[in-house]
Design a protein around this ligand. Sequence first.
Ligand SMILES: Nc1ncnc2c1ncn2[C@@H]1O[C@H](COP(=O)(O)OP(=O)(O)OP(=O)(O)O)[C@@H](O)[C@H]1O
Ligand SMILES: [Mg+2]
Length: 239
Amino acid sequence: MAYLEVRNISKRFGGLKALSDVDMSVEKGEIFGLMGANGAGKTTLFSVIAGHVAPSAGEVHFNGQRITGLSPSRICRAGICRTFQIVRPFAGLSVEENVRVAALFGSGRKRTRVEQARSVDAALESVGLSGHRAGLAGGLTLSGQKRLEIARALATGAELVMLDEVMAGLNPTEIAEMLETLGRLRREHGLTFVIVEHVIGALMSLSDRILVLHHGERIAFGTPEEIGANAHVEEVYFG
Ligand SMILES: Nc1ncnc2c1ncn2[C@@H]1O[C@H](COP(=O)(O)OP(=O)(O)OP(=O)(O)O)[C@@H](O)[C@H]1O
Ligand SMILES: [Mg+2]
């Protein structure tokens, strides 16, 4: 069984089928890209995996454990954390306090206070926010807030991190820095990432494999080269 195994996941919102029978397998240490036009079901799939939305059908397994139906905090403690497409830090708390809250959220992993403090420092350092730790989270630029989202996910102690459009709205320099950060996190910490990104160049250069969703259905899967050469993907995604 793969590290993260999504089997036959469907999700209905009333009459709308946001996900139809979606399968996805992610291997440990890979960067797995999820692509699709607006409304394709990408965020819904993240929410199902992270336990924020209950699927109408299907199962999710992580690290050999069935996690379907567990609460987001239990799933976080199992080792999966996601960021939110719309960043939502505690704007009135400092950058460091935001990351500390996340570290506490992961505290069911039986980490000592010292280990938690260390994970806060390491998370801030790895996204380049150490110098901003005392400032208010609400005072960060968009790029800073995206980095804070990632730091919060890391500080929970998660081993698989799902990033929902962390490059949206960033300028080319900030995107290049983000690519560098994510590549380094994988190399140095052995983290596994599932990333949703409309910045296609970034998605293609980072991902080992890419799954394409369209209206909730899986329409293509393969290496970035295979996806780039797929005529059906080009038609539905690039129009
Ligand atoms: N809580 C909800 N209630 C009702 N419909 C929802 C809900 N969440 C998502 N949807 C619908 O499900 C479909 C998939 O939405 P989702 O947010 O997963 O798409 P997405 O691929 O993340 O799109 P985007 O690229 O715009 O972020 C859309 O039609 C959306 O309107
Ligand atoms: Mg989305």
